[in-house]
Design a protein. Structure first.
Lengths: 263, 341
């Protein structure tokens, strides 16, 4: 994992990343300047910048840009929070109980790879066209990855630790709270990071349902009018927000599970 | 893992070269390998030509029919060179031309009368009564434009209406739950809503007297029109024949078209009957596209301008992108040849 790489390698790594991004944007800019491609098919960075400034000042559809970003992040965060709240205990329980695991496994494995876009008609019928159905779609796409990851994390707890706990006379509750949970947390964090990545991709699908704001909606709406400049701006914002979410999770992991990766 | 930056770079380079060469590949030939026609789900007479292969026969090369859920992706495919001729609504044509897509309008495929309708729950009796209710439509479509035009004509304050952007396929579910009280949508989608406790408040044709024209057009990529003008003329000739056949036997044609598109017969029949089909000769009048000399003053050229102004008002297009006139994008030369062989 690059985030926990050797300390002396990091400044160099960051420099290479910065140069590679700068080179990419530079090449893209030059392609635009030399008109190698129609600006409709690949809008150059300068055009996207102009649109970004316009939208930043006047909003898109009279809604300020920060609100589009905010509402998408809000929908996603609520869904992620609920998925962790439900998924981690459920996954741990499945990891601990063979019966529960056998009972739920078919459902989890059925829903996890299911393209959530297929559930749109049902989500509308069950939950309507408001915020609930949008959050539900993101929640579903996040939940099962968290469940699977949490269940697997229990199995990865070292046999030695469990024996040690048993030898010291730990109760079942103590065993879970003091030994299994702390040892599983690093893996749970990894599964949440994966799940957030998956959930973020469902954002566009969820905002196809009667949305009037949000980054995913902005991209979809602009594409109906061939506003490829706004489409690209939306894609860049979606990517950056996804990056930021992942970074926040990495920080949260370092703070709450400082023992991660030290075994 | 061992890093292999050179391998990665080589792959990227090969990919880019491949991309560049496909974009630049010249394709000069007397006839194309195939003609690619883009169609939407709406039942239309030209589908008769899909069923019996009359386009293939006229062209002398096979036709590839490509289905799209709505106009904008079909036009995006046209811009990418994936399709040659598209039947599409007037609003996507307006926005795409403003954004510089390389195509021209060659004919009207039909003028919308009752094939697109504002359908509301039975308890809502007039357009004005929609205030305080939720109305669904598809953003950027002819129906969306017609809905806002209907609001203007009937004095509905848009601030008092909740507009909901929903795909036709998702509208019935929202309608059944009571999340939407009305919808402006094309056929046969409105037929389902009418079957489920809805009724028509108005059809788009009712807006003509106030100067709002909604229509479908055939557009052809500049590339194809330049290379194969004869095929474009042949296309229009066959199109007119399918319209003639439909008009000679509307019910029999509807059965065939509904079957081909896998749709309910009743909705297809009503949708087909809900369009006006000016003949190729009629289309050359100033009332429609004009004959080239009169095109700048034609109703259709003006209507494109109105729709562009509407899209600017809606903040969908930038005023600086909108052309001064849409007449230069209307090419009636094919129409003339097809109308007077």
């Amino acid at each position: 994992m690059t985030f926990r790489g050797p300390k002396q390698g990091r400044p160099l790594g960051v420099a290479i990343s910065v140069i590679s991004v700068a080179a990419f944007v530079g090449l893209w800019y030059v392609c635009g300047r030399l008109k190698l491609m129609s600006t409709l098919i690949l809008p150059p960075p300068q055009e996207i910048w102009i649109s970004a400034v316009e939208i930043f000042q006047d909003g898109y559809h009279h809604i300020p840009l920060w609100q589009h970003v905010g509402i998408s992040l809000g929908r996603a965060m609520v869904a992620f929070f609920l998925a962790v709240l439900v998924g981690v205990p459920l996954g741990l329980a499945m990891g601990l109980s063979q019966v529960l695991s056998s009972a739920l496994e078919p459902f989890v494995q059925f829903f996890r790879p299911l393209p959530k876009i297929a559930l749109i008609p049902l989500a509308i019928l069950w939950l309507g066209i408001g915020e609930v159905s949008k959050i539900f779609l993101i929640f579903l796409s996040t939940l099962f990855t968290v469940v699977v990851g949490s269940a697997a994390s229990v199995k990865s707890v070292g046999e030695g630790k469990i024996r040690l706990g048993a030898a010291l006379g730990a109760t079942r509750f103590q065993m879970v709270w003091r030994i299994i949970l702390p040892a599983s947390l690093p893996e749970i964090f990894t599964s949440v990071r994966l799940a957030v990545g998956v959930g973020w991709t469902t954002l566009i699908a969820s905002e196809m349902v009667a949305a009037e704001s949000g980054m995913g909606w902005m991209v979809m709406n602009a594409s109906s009018y061939m506003r490829t400049d706004i489409v690209m701006l939306g894609i860049i914002l979606l990517g950056l927000a996804g990056y930021l979410l992942d970074y926040l999770l990495v920080v949260a992991e370092r703070v709450t599970v400082p023992w991660a990766g030290r075994e | 893992m061992k890093n292999r930056p050179w391998l990665f770079l080589a792959i990227v380079l090969v990919f880019l070269i491949g991309l560049a060469s496909t974009a630049a590949a010249p394709a000069l030939a007397d006839a194309p390998k195939e003609v690619r026609l883009a169609f939407l789900n709406g039942p239309r007479p030209w589908i008769l030509g899909k069923i019996d292969g009359s386009f293939d026969q006229a062209f002398g090369v096979p036709v590839k029919w490509v289905r799209f859920p709505s106009g904008p992706p079909a036009l995006a495919a046209l811009a990418a060179g994936e399709v040659d001729i598209v039947r599409v609504g007037s609003v996507p044509v307006t926005s795409s031309l403003a954004r510089g897509l390389p195509f021209k309008v060659i004919a009207l495929s039909g003028v919308i009368d009752t094939s697109e309708r504002l359908v509301a729950k039975n308890s809502i009796k007039t357009v004005k009564e929609l205030e305080g209710h939720s109305v669904a439509t598809v953003a950027g479509s002819t129906a969306h434009y017609a809905l806002l035009a209907a609001f203007k004509v009937h004095g509905v304050d848009i601030k008092n209406v909740k507009l909901v952007n929903l795909n036709p396929a998702d509208q019935l579910a929202a309608w059944k739950r009571g999340d939407i009280d009305a919808s402006y949508i094309w056929g046969p989608a409105w037929h389902d809503l009418e079957q489920d406790g809805g009724h028509t408040l108005l059809g788009s044709g009712a807006l003509n007297k106030d100067g709002y024209y909604l229509f479908n057009a055939f557009v052809v990529s500049n590339d194809f029109a330049e290379k194969y003008p004869d095929l474009v003329v042949k296309f229009l000739e066959v199109f007119q024949k399918t319209v003639d056949r439909y008009q000679a036997d509307p019910d029999g044609s509807a059965v065939l078209i509904a079957k081909e598109l896998e749709q309910g017969l009743e909705g297809a029949k009503l949708t087909l009957a809900g369009l006006v089909y000016p003949s190729l000769t009629e289309q050359l009048k100033v009332e429609w596209l004009g004959d080239g000399a009169t095109t700048a003053n034609s109703n259709i050229a003006k209507s494109f301008g109105d729709q562009a102004a509407f899209l600017v008002e809606q903040n969908e297009l930038r005023a600086k992108d909108v052309p001064e006139s849409y007449a230069p994008f209307i090419d009636t030369s094919f129409l003339k040849k097809a109308a007077n062989p």
